[in-house]
Design a binder for this molecule. Structure first.
Ligand SMILES: NC(=O)c1ccc[n+]([C@@H]2O[C@H](COP(=O)([O-])OP(=O)(O)OC[C@H]3O[C@@H](n4cnc5c(N)ncnc54)[C@H](O)[C@@H]3O)[C@@H](O)[C@H]2O)c1
Length: 293
């Protein structure tokens, strides 16, 4: 409201434009009574046991339910396991409001796909997936996003939209783990993996380059695939690819310390009391997100 942005990708001039156009932010839940659309984009972290922590999603749903009216549209954007919109959100909204989803109000899931720090792709030119509880719910959500997003893609339902987001993140998680594992043995074999990746990346089809690093950071890659493996475990078996990728990526910080130790050794120095400069504290360049660093 003061016109200052604390978000890297949103500048003060953009906030100024929004304020001039009538935007206002508030923590007063009573304002929900005058809203036709409620979008939930609260954190979905892991619990102490490593499973999904949906406290904030449930909290937001309970708040919204107290102010839900006939004809309203509720959209969940937080990354979560398939089934959350239908099995967790819908009952809380229905019980708290006495209304029926898909009949009295619209309910949809639409994954947030923002790539922080990406100068080319923002909310307008990144296709937006929407999955509705009913076709009418999907249409209502698509109509909303269609006002400011170039392309809206309708999923079959909420579960498919939830799954699409986790597929995207799991794909990256697994491929980062693949090159991280390769980095360890390529070092032993005297192969420059970065050069090999650059060569492979010249193939115009069928290959996407991922590069090794000291582990994974941020919210999406280290956390979101756990939401999916949690859901799969409820079937009685593990999601082996995700769990293996987790294990390999989790090992990287320790590996980096070992390599640093070896380098110091070659200079006759001990790790203890050594002064080490870390370049790049966040998980990628030009962003301030230190979560899971
Ligand atoms: N940051 C990204 O680039 C990104 C990209 C894709 C998906 N996501 C997903 O979006 C979701 C939110 O992530 P984020 O990075 O924006 O988190 P964030 O922590 O930056 O913002 C979450 C906001 O929710 C508010 N909040 C918390 N509990 C609440 C409650 N009970 N009621 C109302 N508001 C509440 C917090 O005050 C905060 O302003 C997560 O599920 C994340 O996985 C984030």
């Amino acid at each position: 409201n003061a016109g200052h942005s604390h978000i890297d990708d949103v500048g003060d001039p953009e906030v100024g434009e929004m304020l001039a156009a009538g935007f206002t932010s508030s923590a007063d839940e009573n304002l929900l009574d005058s809203a036709r659309t409620m979008i939930i984009c609260v954190p979905t972290p892991l619990s102490d046991e490593g499973g999904p922590d949906l406290t904030a999603v449930k909290g937001a749903a309970t708040t919204i339910a107290r102010h839900l009216h006939t004809g309203d549209l509720v959209i969940l954007e937080s990354t979560t396991y398939p089934g959350t919109t239908d099995e967790v959100l819908r009952p809380l909204l229905e019980q708290g409001s006495g209304l029926v989803a898909g009949v009295d109000f619209h309910l949809a899931f639409s994954p947030e796909r923002i790539d922080p720090g990406n100068p080319h792709y923002g909310v307008a030119n990144t296709p937006k997936i929407v999955g509705g509880l009913t076709p009418g719910c999907a249409q209502a959500a698509a109509a909303l996003y269609g006002k400011f997003v170039d392309q809206v893609v309708q999923a079959k339902g909420t579960r498919e939209a939830e799954m699409a987001k986790l597929l995207e993140n799991t794909y990256r998680h697994v491929n980062i783990a693949l090159v991280n594992e390769m980095a360890v043995f390529c070092h032993e074999l005297g192969i420059d993996l970065w050069d090999a990746i650059d060569c492979a990346a010249t193939k115009p089809f069928g290959f996407q380059a991922f590069r090794p690093g000291p582990g994974v950071g941020g919210h999406c890659i280290p956390i979101d695939p756990n939401y999916l493996s949690y859901k799969v475990r409820s079937l009685g078996y593990p999601f082996r690819f995700v769990e293996l990728a987790q294990e390999i990526n989790d090992r990287m910080p320790r590996y980096i310390v070992e390599r640093a130790q070896q380098l110091l050794n070659t200079h006759g120095q001990a790790l203890k009391n050594a002064h080490i400069l870390l370049l790049g504290v966040t998980y990628k360049a030009d962003i301030a997100d230190q979560r899971e660093t």
